[in-house]
Design a protein around this ligand. Structure first.
Ligand code: S3P
Length: 429
């Protein structure tokens, strides 16, 4: 399936985007091992989180779907998961596989996790190494999926400094830490999304947090909770940029998660001149939310602060589009991690933008994007949801029609993307 994008400007609108992917995964995993019934509202019914749902169900967790986005998760308790009858298929989701590796390491049963072609090429040694230090036994295909976890039943706490800033690795260690004797400590080289820590706290787990260091005692029981999932800022960023690049548009995106470990995209766009305001700031439990009001703005290129990279890690594809539409040069550095996401996102965006007439000078850990005008053309998404959506936004302000190829993966994180964009006045079919 392709997107056919015709040039069209955004108009005034108020929209919502689907629930936060990271929080939806965590609600299923933590709710599944809590004592009691958790309710989850605003769940992201995208393929990635549904893969986590199926995996938890395969291990004995009853998940009742009251509607597409409202769930009741009947937790089985810390030691209540049962051996799955078949391999756990986590599809395209690195978050599902890495977090679940932590969860499975402390179980008494063996399990095997598999994924699609993209997931099967993604690095897993980054979780295998610390989990093995905790006593886990995990076999991989040369550091990549499938992963077979022996299930040793009991782990021991470690004090581990992450070699790369990764919320997935941090979370895998914390989940394993629930099954460990003693204290588990993780230190991160840069602040990464802290949804796991916040949800653990919501569920009654005592955690100590100091700057980039988190410590937790094992064997604590989780208490079921009512979790309201905010709209996903990563999905909202496509709406934000489509608005910014139109003329005279004002769009409000409601109930969006603005956890400070995620808001790098707002900071970077504002530094480029975007008119973005937060309204109606409030809390969904431990998670801050707001309505985001965006207005059309002229963007100027900048040198993107490498200190913001881990706070905007999923937004670089759309930020490349912002850079291409800005005046002057935008320099991205310190983003080598993008090369091991659902695709090599530096190469994918460089190629996509170049096909649309933009000059991009790629480096090992970044790129310099020369602001210009998008032409029409046919571009590859490399099966990556965020590449597909970013290039569709570029197509909306191109001089001619743009075809984005193989966009099925958009369903992993943003079901209804094209219809949400049509509410703004865009033409993505
Ligand atoms: C995620 C962490 C990030 C991010 C991913 C979701 C999470 O990955 O890119 O989309 O939910 O923990 P890394 O931990 O690999 O940076």
């Amino acid at each position: 399936m392709n997107f056919n994008v015709q040039p069209a400007a955004a108009t005034n609108a108020t929209v919502t985007v689907p629930g936060d992917k990271s929080i939806s995964h965590r609600a299923l995993m933590l709710g599944g091992i809590a004592n009691g019934r958790s309710t989850v509202s605003g769940f992201l019914a995208g393929e990635d989180c549904l893969a986590t749902l199926d995996a938890m169900a395969a291990m004995g967790v009853e998940v009742r779907r009251e509607s597409a986005t409202d769930l009741i998760v009947s937790g089985v308790g810390l030691r209540g998961l049962v051996e799955p009858a078949t391999n756990l298929d986590l599809g395209n989701s690195g978050t599902a596989m890495r977090l679940m590796a932590g969860l499975l390491s402390g179980q008494e049963f063996a399990s095997t996790m598999v994924g699609d072609a993209s997931l099967t090429s993604r690095p897993m040694q980054r979780i295998i190494t610390p989990l093995a230090l905790m006593g886990a036994k995990i076999e991989s295909a040369d550091g990549c999926p499938p992963l077979s976890v022996s299930g040793v039943g009991r782990l021991h706490g470690i004090d581990y400094t992450l070699p790369v800033a990764s919320a997935q690795v941090k979370s895998a260690i914390l989940l394993a830490g629930l099954y460990a004797d003693g204290i588990t400590t993780v230190k991160e080289p840069a602040i990464t999304r802290d949804h796991t820590e916040r949800m653990l706290a919501t569920m009654g787990i005592e955690l100590e947090k100091a700057e980039q260091r988190i410590s937790m005692r094992g064997d604590q029981d989780l208490i079921a909770a009512d979790i309201q999932v905010p709209a996903d800022l990563s999905s909202a960023s496509f709406v934000m940029l489509a608005t910014i690049l139109s003329s005279n548009a004002e769009v409000t995106i409601e109930n969006v998660g603005i956890n400070p470990t995620r808001t790098g995209v707002i900071d970077i766009l504002q530094a480029m001149g975007a008119d973005i305001r937060l309204r109606n700031e409030r809390q969904y439990g431990e998670e801050p939310v707001a309505d985001i009001r965006v207005r059309s703005s002229d963007l100027r290129g900048c040198e993107v602060d490498p200190g913001l990279v881990s706070l905007a890690i999923d937004e670089f594809p759309i930020l490349f589009v912002a850079a291409a539409a800005a005046s002057g040069l935008t320099v991205f550095s310190g983003i080598a991690e993008l090369r091991v996401k659902e695709s090599d996102r530096i190469a994918a965006m460089a190629q996509g933008l170049q096909s649309l007439g933009i000059r991009v000078d790629e480096t090992e850990d970044g790129a310099t994007v020369h602001g210009g005008q998008f032409t029409g053309g046919k571009v590859e998404s490399f099966g990556d949801h965020r590449i597909a959506m970013s290039l569709a936004v570029a197509g909306s302000v191109a001089t001619d029609d743009v075809i984005v190829k193989d966009v099925e993966a958009v369903e992993t994180s943003f079901p209804g993307f094209a219809s949400t964009m049509s509410q703004l006045g865009l033409s993505i079919r």
